[in-house]
Design a protein around this ligand. Structure first.
Ligand SMILES: Nc1ncnc2c1ncn2[C@@H]1O[C@H](COP(=O)(O)OP(=O)(O)O)[C@@H](O)[C@H]1O
Ligand SMILES: [Mg+2]
Length: 303
């Protein structure tokens, strides 16, 4: 299915966008969600399509290279057996030094997004969802095991999936950070993710967290722990025992609730620190450097 993408509209949107106040833009837009890196938008004049804005590139070649990796990553996920939403991508030059990559995806109904499902599913419904998640995640590990060239990573947190329960259809939506290796070589440049962090904080993040955050998504056990621990952040800790039970029944991970709690404490610290540093950087851009700050940040994330 091709997406109805209006390139002229997206270009016009980018040109007049004030990252500090998205909804005040001349072209009406709404924020649908925040991930740790990108922000997710919908334009009133392009309904049914979500935009993921990545203001990370100094040259068009850098943006094209990232897009190429994104495409490879998506086709490998499909080869592994996952389903992805219809998508497209655009590169928009904002100024001589800044190329913004937009990923576009078919918009899925908000209640289908994994974390929102927990608001309304009963226990058997959640169990069905968790089993579909495990099946999809295991497909990734099976793909990694059945050939030597590629290693796929996956961030399996609930907010990265859409679940269409009636059709038992599970879609992986968080494809905009293509984390994978070819012949052992990491394809995603960690420096690019660091570009969304302030200069003064990069050294700290690089040494303390980056290797850990990048490696965890290749590790089956870590991916499951991360998925379950995220239920605290989603305010659904009451479902943790059910998740642990299903995962232990279907895999050999032998997770315990205690290790999930310990992991969450540490992870919460990492991301809260990251966001706090980005806000400080935004403040510095505004009041000290007198430069425009390019990232759109959430005001507060409940954890
Ligand atoms: N195609 C989509 N349809 C509807 N909502 C979406 C879609 N893609 C993302 N979202 C919303 O935005 C959130 C963050 O998107 P995601 O792709 O996971 O970005 P990030 O890489 O920043 O985590 C999702 O959890 C979801 O709430
Ligand atoms: Mg996400």
């Amino acid at each position: 299915m091709a997406l109805p993408v209006d390139r002229v509209l997206v270009e016009a949107f980018e040109q007049q966008l004030n990252p500090l106040n998205v909804t005040a833009s001349g072209i009406p837009a709404r924020m649908l969600g925040f991930g740790e890196i990108s922000c997710i938008l919908e334009l009133d004049d392009m309904p049914g399509v979500v935009l993921k804005r990545m203001p990370l590139f100094h040259t068009r070649a850098q943006a094209e290279d990232y897009l190429e990796k994104y495409r490879t990553y998506c086709s490998l996920l499909i080869a592994a057996g996952l389903s992805l939403p219809a998508d497209d991508a655009l590169i928009v030059q904002r100024d001589p030094q800044l190329f913004v990559l937009y990923f576009l995806q078919e918009k899925l109904a908000p209640y289908t997004i994994g974390n929102r499902q927990l608001d309304h599913l009963d226990d058997p419904g959640v169990q069905q969802l968790v089993e579909a998640l495990i099946e999809a995640i295991e497909k990734v590990w099976a793909f990694n095991a059945r050939q030597r060239r590629y290693r796929l990573a996956i961030d399996a947190q609930l907010s990265n999936w859409a679940w269409q329960a009636p059709q038992e259809r599970l879609l992986y939506i968080d494809t905009s950070t293509p984390l994978f290796r070819i012949d052992g070589e990491e394809q995603l440049q960690p420096e690019l993710l660091l570009a969304s962090a302030p200069g003064f904080a990069r050294a700290i993040i690089r040494t303390l967290f980056l290797a850990e955050v990048m490696n965890r998504y290749y590790d089956p056990r870590a991916v499951y722990i991360d998925l379950v621990a995220n239920l605290y952040k989603e305010q659904h800790a009451a479902r943790i025992p059910l998740f642990v039970h299903c995962i232990n029944a279907r895999t050999h991970q032998g997770l315990s609730e205690r290790e999930i709690a310990n992991y969450y404490r540490k992870d919460k610290f990492i991301w809260s620190l990251f966001l706090a540093m980005r806000k400080l950087d935004r403040w510095l851009h505004r009041y000290v450097y007198g430069k425009q700050y390019q990232f759109i940040l959430p005001e507060r994330i409940r954890r």
